[in-house]
Design a protein around this ligand. Structure first.
Ligand code: NAD
Length: 298
């Protein structure tokens, strides 16, 4: 069994991006700029956003976090989005989920300029993704495809079973795997909470992507020998023995599954770090898109 090491690949990608940033700066351009918008005090969101900021800074990006109180109205947040859309010094920005219940997340995502939508949640980018057009792809499924590519794991002709059909992970994952291009060309089965006898599907899978948010759901008896298993789940479990008071659990019962499969991602240290890597790549893409557009104007 080989561990798919998100930390190693994130380090590689950060180095590649740092070199690009230095080259652009040497040519007289400013550094790429990523902004994260955080509404409220959700502990996990704060951790994710600071990690994104730290990683952006480490490859030479300008990055900042805009923090707002959870009592902020949807209109106020839409105003902030518009300011970021208009701000020429910002290449890409994300609005961290979950948002307070009085704010429609999709309305917010759809207000983001599609060319600055580095999380790929805007409906225009979703539509382009379904047609296989160039667009911003949600960072988690994009990171999984990148991880498979960097470990030279072929998806073409494989049977991939994705568990979970959310807009941000499961469904875009199923689309990417089925597209007629590198990292795709797979036969995809998308399972969800209404799927009956899930095990009959997972047992046939060459690649299983578990993205349902149920700790240790995928057990050893649900995967075939030699399968590739990608664990997207991140759930905080109370654990008084830890300084933080919790530990992170994936959707895969690691010890049971790892002994059967050929490759597996750890939690933490797998998909979560690849999500950050893809966000950094998407930000570079937004920056280069803007540079290209500006040079066409000149
Ligand atoms: P979600 O709650 O939006 O979606 C969960 C999906 O799982 C749903 O489509 C549902 O139909 C399906 N599901 C629920 N119970 C099921 C069952 N018993 N059998 C089959 N399908 C079932 O969740 P999400 O936002 O897609 O996130 C899923 C998990 O991935 C969570 O643990 C989340 O924290 C994690 N996540 C991790 C990253 C990362 O970077 N690693 C990014 C996003 C989400």
């Amino acid at each position: 069994m080989t561990l798919l090491d998100g930390k190693k690949i994130l380090t590689e990608i950060r180095e590649e991006l740092s070199i690009k940033v230095q080259q652009y700066i040497a040519q007289g351009h400013r550094a790429p700029c990523l902004v994260a918008v955080l509404v409220g005090n959700d502990g996990a969101s704060q951790t994710y956003v600071s990690s994104k900021e730290k990683n952006s800074a480490s490859c030479g990006y300008q990055s900042r976090i805009l923090r707002f109180d959870e009592s902020m109205s949807e209109e106020e947040l839409l105003n902030e989005i518009e300011k970021l859309n208009q701000d020429d010094t910002v290449d890409g920005f994300i609005v961290q989920s979950p948002l307070p219940s009085h704010i429609s997340a999709q309305r917010i995502f759809d207000a983001i300029d599609p060319n600055k939508d580095v999380d790929g949640f805007n409906t225009i980018n979703t539509g382009k993704l379904t047609k296989g057009m160039d667009c911003f792809v949600p960072a988690t499924p994009l990171g999984i495809i990148e991880l498979l590519k960097r470990y030279q794991i072929e998806t073409s002709g494989k049977h991939c079973v994705v568990i979970g059909r959310s807009d941000i992970v499961g469904r875009p994952m199923s689309i990417l795997l089925s597209l007629p291009k590198a990292g795709g060309n797979a036969t995809v089965t998308l399972c969800h909470s209404r799927t009956q006898n899930l095990k009959q599907f997972t047992l046939q899978a060459d690649i299983v992507v578990a993205a349902l948010g149920k700790p240790e759901f995928l057990t050893g008896d649900m995967v075939k020998e030699g399968a590739i298993v990608i664990d997207v789940g991140i759930t905080r479990i109370d654990d008084p023995s830890k300084k933080s008071g919790f530990r992170l659990s994936g959707d895969v019962k690691f010890d049971e599954v790892a002994i059967k499969c050929s490759y597996i991602t750890p939690v933490p240290g797998g998909v979560g770090l690849m999500t950050i890597a893809s966000l950094l790549q998407n930000t570079m893409k937004a920056y280069e898109l803007k540079l290209g557009n500006n040079s066409k104007k000149n």
